[in-house]
Design a protein around this ligand. Structure first.
Ligand code: HEC
Ligand code: HEC
Ligand code: HEC
Ligand code: HEC
Ligand code: HEC
Ligand code: HEC
Ligand code: HEC
Length: 460
């Protein structure tokens, strides 16, 4: 019995007969994911107070006889604590190798009905927390309406979460063509495997997909987990948190005539059949964006995870991931969605500019979009001859215009993510109909800040 692996298998037998549960065989098969997981590692894995078991043993999480959960319907597996408290016993900055996944929740502002700063895993920090997770949930209704919730184990499988070979290193690699792949930390969690995407512009619920445990670091992607709860696979909240003040995403709830709403259904947004999207489920549609208009290592061939934008702030401590942030919508950096709320840049001798710290400039070169005298080699397709039309709208000539005035963020069935914000733009043909794309440029038919573009074309 000195071989920890043999002991582990015995444990499994006892547990299984105890709870009479069908556990997916892929997890436990010889050489299976647990033995390759971070928790199961005999050198760096789980270790709680008990000296009865060696590092990596099941017994550090599952009690031999009786669990401590006061509500056994939530975690009926003899766990030593409830829900996130199981995880925070070690992931609170006190345990060697275990990344601090508590600080992202504890140090960020509480959620309100309009402003979300964190996933609502705990009433301690989130305000209201529905405890509706059930092990093995697969029905769409388990993630929406009255059952809407988010717990650590909805995104992480404690029996499979792994690292890249370095203790504690389990996050994805940003910037390259494989940047949207599943982080090792997410291995084994369930997600949507799409066999056929829906038609362009259609809700995700019309795609064909299955909900399955994600077991491949090369063929599975982070968005597959997020879409369980953030797409029309389930019932989305009727009143989404849309932010307040400068961060209000008004295109989501706008009742403006002609405003094409930003898709709250993220599966609808990132559909590779759409005319434009950030490259989450596939490489982007606009291969022509000059590489010099990106910050390194980003380019038109990059793919990305939701967590390239939704994660803790760059200076914040603790675990990476969309746990919580000091910026609204769990964003890595601030994004100003309302106009005239910009950074005042005294170095220009002008009071208008864009804070280079804003999210978009993490990947899109600030100088290309904002600076007065942009290097023509970095000019984007939004130019008239050599005239940089981005800096014209966003630089010192402009009145606090934002990217969101003209663009959506996730994806839309219109070229170049165009969807004008009708809070500022008057467009009789509608927020997307007002823009016409052509191979060598485009044209607009609208009025904005008293400027008539009725129509106004640009060509390269
Ligand atoms: C008894 C202590 C302990 C408990 C309880 C615990 N963890 Fe861990 N966890 C660790 C340690 C130690 C590591 C680092 C292992 C390594 O990197 O080799 C780790 C790693 C991880 C990783 C990243 C994979 C890696 O190896 O870097 C994730 C994700 C994770 N844990 C999630 C959870 C979740 C979710 C829970 C609650 C269900 C939980 N942990 C409970 C100790 C614990
Ligand atoms: C890091 C803590 C941790 C370790 C280590 C751990 N488990 Fe679990 N286990 C959990 C949690 C948390 C759940 C509940 C999962 C849920 O609700 O989705 C669970 C659930 C289970 C279940 C119920 C079915 C399922 O998969 O959800 C079984 C069976 C199980 N564990 C067996 C084991 C065995 C056997 C081992 C060792 C080989 C082990 N566990 C190691 C935390 C752990
Ligand atoms: C909404 C989904 C979601 C929830 C809920 C969630 N996580 Fe994560 N977590 C992620 C993602 C995504 C990553 C990987 C981020 C990356 O690749 O940069 C991650 C990464 C991690 C890591 C590794 C981070 C590192 O820097 O090495 C740990 C540990 C972790 N999570 C623990 C937890 C614990 C504990 C909880 C509950 C208190 C939790 N997570 C809740 C999505 C989630
Ligand atoms: C390029 C950066 C970026 C990426 C990548 C990204 N987001 Fe967002 N997300 C934002 C910004 C900015 C906002 C706030 C403004 C808005 O709502 O458009 C936002 C808002 C949200 C919201 C709240 C508003 C709404 O639409 O319901 C959710 C939920 C969300 N994102 C989920 C996701 C998921 C899931 C993914 C991956 C499939 C993802 N995001 C990828 C930048 C991003
Ligand atoms: C098990 C369900 C679940 C999963 C999986 C999940 N989320 Fe969430 N998420 C929630 C809930 C619940 C909220 C709180 C607001 C709501 O109900 O939509 C939320 C809120 C958010 C918000 C803030 C929305 C806002 O309006 O500001 C973002 C951003 C977000 N999630 C991103 C992600 C990303 C990225 C992933 C994948 C890594 C993910 N979520 C996976 C349930 C989930
Ligand atoms: C994590 C990196 C990253 C962040 C952050 C980011 N982008 Fe992007 N963006 C990209 C990449 C990579 C592409 C290339 C996609 C392509 O080639 O179609 C892109 C493409 C675009 C496009 C062109 C789409 C098309 O089809 O022409 C627009 C518009 C855009 N981004 C706007 C924004 C805005 C606005 C923000 C801030 C809210 C933002 N991006 C934040 C990486 C990023
Ligand atoms: C006044 C409206 C407007 C504003 C404001 C605006 N854009 Fe654009 N943007 C456009 C148009 C129109 C295009 C399509 C250009 C084309 O024909 O390829 C475009 C194209 C892009 C592209 C693709 C570049 C290429 O070479 O095709 C990116 C990336 C982009 N915008 C990012 C941003 C970011 C980031 C911001 C905020 C800093 C922003 N845009 C603000 C109108 C705007």
């Amino acid at each position: 019995m000195s071989d920890p692996r043999a002991r582990r298998r015995l444990w499994l037998g006892a547990l299984l007969s105890g709870v009479a549960l069908a556990v997916a065989s892929w997890l436990w098969a010889a050489g299976g994911l647990y033995e390759a997981s971070g928790h199961g590692d005999t050198q760096t894995g789980v270790l709680r107070s008990s000296t009865q078991y060696a590092r990596g043993e099941c017994g550090h999480c599952h009690e031999g006889h009786a669990g401590q959960d006061t509500d056994p319907t939530l975690y009926p597996y003899g766990l030593f604590a409830e829900e996130e408290d199981v995880c925070w016993t070690c992931h609170d900055g006190t345990v060697t190798y275990a990344a601090d996944a508590r600080v992202g929740f504890s140090s960020t502002p509480p959620n309100t009905t309009t402003d979300y700063y964190k996933h609502p895993v705990s009433p301690l920090y989130s305000g209201v927390t529905p405890s509706d997770h059930r092990s093995g949930e697969v029905a769409p209704s388990a993630f929406g309406a009255g059952r809407r919730h988010a717990e650590c184990v909805d995104c992480h499988n404690p029996h499979a979460a792994a690292n890249d070979g370095t203790a504690g290193q389990s996050t994805h690699e940003p910037g390259g063509p494989t940047g949207n792949r599943l982080a090792a930390a997410l291995l084994g969690a369930t997600g949507l495997v799409v066999t056929s995407w829906q038609g362009a512009g259609q809700p995700f619920s019309s795609a064909s997909y299955d909900l399955e445990p994600l077991t491949s670091l090369t063929d599975n992607y982070e968005w597959q987990i997020c879409l369980k709860c953030h797409s029309s696979f389930t019932t989305l909240p009727t009143f989404p948190a849309i932010g307040s003040g400068n961060f209000t995403a008004s295109k989501i709830t706008s009742l403006g005539v002609g405003q094409v709403r930003e898709y709250q259904d993220l599966g609808q947004a990132i559909n590779p059949n759409n005319l434009s999207y950030h490259p989450l489920a596939a490489v982007g549609r606009n291969a022509g964006i000059p590489v010099a208009s990106f910050t390194s290592p980003w380019s038109a061939t990059s793919t990305m995870g939701c967590s390239d934008c939704h994660t803790k702030g760059p200076a914040a401590g603790g675990a990476e991931g969309p746990h919580g942030s000091t910026h609204m919508h769990i964003l890595k950096r601030p994004v100003r969605l309302q106009e005239n709320t910009h950074y005042l840049d005294p170095s220009w001798g002008k009071a208008i500019g864009h804070d280079p710290n804003e999210l978009c400039f993490q990947c899109h070169r600030w100088q290309t979009y904002v600076e007065k005298e942009a290097d023509p080699a970095t000019n984007t397709g939004f130019r008239d001859g050599g005239d940089n039309l981005h800096t014209k709208h966003l630089g010192d000539m402009a009145r606090g215009v934002t990217c969101y005035t003209c663009h959506d963020v996730h994806g839309t069935n219109k070229q170049h993510l165009i969807n004008f914000n009708l809070a500022y733009v008057t467009a009789p043909a509608g927020s997307q109909g007002a823009y016409t794309h052509s191979a060598s440029g485009g044209s607009c038919n609208l009025t904005c800040h008293g400027e008539n573009h009725n129509p106004l074309a640009y060509s390269r």
